[in-house]
Design a protein around this ligand. Structure first.
Ligand code: ZN
Length: 91
């Protein structure tokens, strides 16, 4: 893909930092992928139609992309100012 600046100012690039990119599969797509792998078949190329997101390592914003678009379709930001993702609710 490319590079762009997160709203927090962090420069994001999946070529220099591939760990920021995640791909999302439906259960059906995932099952098909596993079945093909277990059967020794070549895995399907999901790049053309998967949803994927980038996670900013600084502010943890998530930028979702549809298919092969290079423009985010949705952006999610953590609610908590301290950057916490999960609150402890039970001991
Ligand atoms: Zn950021």
């Amino acid at each position: 893909m490319a590079r762009f600046n997160c709203k927090c100012g962090e420069s994001l690039s999946n070529s220099t930092n591939p760990n920021i990119e995640y791909k999302i599969f439906s259960n059906n797509e995932w099952d098909n992928l596993i079945d093909r792998t277990e059967n020794g078949e070549k895995p399907l190329d999901f790049d053309g139609y998967t949803v994927h997101f980038w996670k900013c390592p600084n502010c943890k914003r998530l930028y979702f992309f549809n298919n092969s678009s290079d423009k985010p379709s949705q952006v999610y930001k953590l609610e908590e100012e301290d950057g916490s993702v999960v609150k402890k609710v039970m001991d």
